[in-house]
Design a protein around this ligand. Structure first.
Ligand code: HEM
Length: 461
């Protein structure tokens, strides 16, 4: 009997010890990386790396990046462990420029994980890797030129008129208060809908608009999204087990059906409009239906729909957040607000009351106000890249291996008083031609930079 108990105990304890040892080894197996490469870093905690407070919801990722950026102020780069995954945070503007622009061929992808089979809508420009990214980017770039924007002013103005009507109604209904972020979300949904897809979504007048409803849903922070991100940073293989999706199924089903229907409708009715859908359909002809293409170069129908989705999703949230913050700062800074108003009134009177391309390019002060808004409130707090080959970091002994993930902390750089004195203050004059010329490049990145810069960059003026 005693023998049985002892054996049972040994039989139990041995596998447990082995499992705990393997689990522990797995949790810390990547943690020697920065020490071996002589890169400064903060001591990581098993499994969580440096991300414990973010995982517990105590810190926003933005605070986390800021802390590391400031802690290593004397260094050009620092090592970060996001759970088990080692990232190199690059702080130095020259290295940032090299990675984004000059040495783009070594960093052509973002390295953000997605399972394109389980989540076909994520198989789009933002997450696609080369060589497919380059092919589809070349097909869609012609949809984003200043000339195309000129043809869209009337549609944008129509949305603007509806917006003004609704602001008036809201102000009368409430005691002179409006929820700016919400109304701008509806407005930008309508603008992208009409300019990009030829759809009159009317989200501004329709609280039940499904584009607005599902658009909001895909950006809603949730435990599901946090858990998914943490799983990816432990090991993407975990997602095969826990099956957490980036976007709620109801939203992806809706957008899939909506964009499919839009394209089918145009095909069946021979409708040709010079907008994003037109270029997406051309891409479909060239890359999906083209029988001359070898099989491995062909795209799937679902990739065309995924790109329609990303143009909508990446477009409406960024634009509405930029306009909302801009209005917020104008409300706080009356003298800046007055100067913007005066400039618009002056240019309108010079241009016979017409809002068109000529008027917009003369709104120099407004341009500076928007640039300062995007400095203070960049919609993306960081850029991501992944090394596609071994890379020697310029002017240093550091050699990055293929697959190394990179973080460029846009937000922290935009608040670094080395480049922007009194960074908390809203000072549009920072973006006068003279002031801009004094700053190094690589320290103003609201749209990213290099060949992978935001494709909608032009759309924002
Ligand atoms: C205020 C407005 C916007 C801001 C601040 C913004 C910001 C950004 C940033 C920071 C990136 C990553 C760039 C990089 O990694 O270097 C990006 C990528 C992207 N943006 Fe925007 N964006 C805006 C509006 C738009 C609009 C209106 C659209 C489409 C209609 C759009 C579509 C995209 C797409 C498709 C990508 C991925 C590009 C690629 O990898 O080729 N964005 N955006």
């Amino acid at each position: 009997m005693t023998m049985f108990t002892a054996n049972w105990w040994i039989n139990f304890i041995t596998p447990c010890t082995i499992i705990v040892t393997i689990a522990y080894y797995f949790c810390v197996s990547t943690f020697k990386k920065w020490e071996q490469l002589n890169v400064p870093y903060i001591k990581p905690i098993p499994l969580f790396g440096n991300l414990l407070n973010v995982a517990l919801g105590k810190d926003h990722p933005l605070d986390f990046y800021n802390k590391i950026y400031h802690k290593f102020a004397a260094h050009k780069y620092a090592g970060v462990f996001q759970m088990r995954t080692p990232y190199l945070m690059v702080r130095d503007p020259e290295i940032i420029n090299d990675m984004l622009i000059k040495d783009f061929s070594s960093f052509p992808d973002r390295g953000i994980y997605s399972d394109f089979v389980a989540e076909p809508l994520t198989n789009n420009l933002l997450l696609m890797e080369n060589p497919q990214w380059k092919i589809i980017r070349n097909k869609l770039t012609p949809a984003f030129t200043a000339g195309k924007l000129k043809t869209m002013y009337d549609q944008i103005k129509e949305c603007g008129d509806e917006l003004m009507k609704n602001i008036d109604i809201d102000l009368n209904r409430t005691s002179n208060e409006i929820e700016v972020k919400d109304i701008m979300g509806k407005y930008s949904t309508d603008v992208i809908g009409t300019c990009a897809f030829g759809l009159k979504l009317n989200a501004i007048n329709d609280d039940e608009s499904p584009f607005r409803k599902y658009g909001k849903l895909i950006f809603k922070p949730s435990l599901r999204v946090l858990m998914r991100e943490l799983c990816v940073m432990i090991t993407p293989a975990l997602l095969k087990v826990v099956r957490l999706k980036k976007f709620p199924t109801a939203a992806t089903d809706f957008f899939h059906a909506a964009f499919n229907e839009t394209m089918t409708y145009r095909l069946e009715n021979n409708i040709v409009r010079n907008d994003f859908v037109h270029y997406l359909m051309q891409a479909r002809n060239d890359l999906v239906l083209n029988t001359d293409l070898p099989k491995h170069e062909k795209f799937a129908e679902s990739q065309i729909v995924a790109n329609a989705f990303v143009l909508f999703a990446a477009g409406f949230e960024t634009v509405s957040s930029a306009i909302s913050y801009c209005l917020y700062e104008l409300a706080l800074n009356k003298s800046i607000q007055d100067r913007v108003r005066k400039e618009i009134q002056l240019q309108l009177s010079k241009n016979n009351g017409q809002i068109n391309h000529e008027l917009l390019i003369d709104l120099n002060y407004l341009d500076m106000v928007i640039a300062e808004t995007l400095r203070k409130y960049p919609p993306l707090v960081a850029l991501f890249r992944k090394a596609s080959q071994t890379y020697r970091v310029p002017n240093s002994s550091l050699i990055i291996e293929k697959g190394q993930k990179i973080i460029i902390p846009i937000y922290a750089i935009h608040y670094d008083n080395k480049y922007y004195s009194d960074p908390e203050k809203f000072i549009p004059e920072r973006f006068s031609a003279e002031e801009k010329a004094k700053r190094p490049s690589g320290v103003y990145l609201p749209f990213g930079d290099g060949p992978r810069i935001c494709i909608g960059n032009f759309f924002n003026g």
